[in-house]
Design a binder for this molecule. Sequence first.
Ligand code: ADP
Length: 240
Amino acid sequence: MTSGLDVRGITHRYGKKTALNDIGFSLDKGTFCALLGPNGAGKSTLFSILTRLFVPDAGEVMIAGHSLAREPGKALARIGVVFQQPTLDLDLTVRRNLKYFAALHGLAGKDADRRIETSLEQVNMAERAGEKVRALNGGHRRRMEIARALLHDPVVLLLDEPTVGLDAETRNSITGHVHNLASEQGLTVLWATHLVDEVRANDQLVVLHEGRIQADGSAAEIAGDTPLQARFLEMTGGGE
Ligand code: ADP
C-alpha cells in the first residue's frame, strides 16, 4: 500500500540533548495514528521536523512518496497542519479567514470558493461560514482550523495536541471528526497527544518517550489485557 507518511531514522539534538533518537514509523494512506507521549517526549520536535521548521541531524521523511529533503515543495504541498496555538483573525468571518489562507496557497476566485465550501463541509461547519470567528466557541474555532488545514486538499494531516484547552465533550467531538476524516475520506492523520482517552482501539499507536519509540502497532494490541492508560504509564515510567 502507498505510504501516506514515512518517518525513517530521525535523530535530532539540541546541543548535547538528544530530543529524538532514531525514530521511524510508517502510516498507510487513510490511517489515523496517535503519537502518544508525555511532556518532553519529543512530539513537538518531530512536528517541527515534519513541517520543515527544523532539519534533522539524521534520517529522512517521505510525505505521499516525496522526500521532504529532496522535494520539499511537493512534500509540503501534501501536508495540512493544525498547530497547538490558534491563529485565526477573530474579527473576520470564517469565510474571510479561509479566503486569506486559500490565497496563500495560490487559490483564488471560484476555485477558492469551492475549496472553502468543501473543507467546511468536511468538518460540518458549512452553515457557519458567514459568522465572525469571535462568535464561535472553542470547539468550532478548532474545527475551522482543521478546515483551513484541509483547504489545499492534503494527503497527510498533522495535528499537534489539537484539543488543548477544550472541555471533555468538545474534545470527544473533535477527536471523532478527525477519525472520520481518516476512515471515510482516506486522509492520513498524525495526531499528537498526551491524553490516552483520545486513542481508539483500532488506531495505529506510536508511543514516544524520551525521544525513543516504545511501541508502534494497533492500540488494542499494544494495550493487550491491560487498560491502555496503565500500559502507557508502564512504558513511560509513571507519566509526566
Ligand atoms: P513534547 O512536545 O513531547 O513535549 P518536545 O519536542 O517539546 O517534547 O521536547 C523534547 C525534549 O527536547 C525535551 O527534553 C525538551 O526539554 C527538549 N527541548 C525542546 N526544545 C528545546 C530547545 N529549543 N532547546 C533545548 N532543548 C529543547
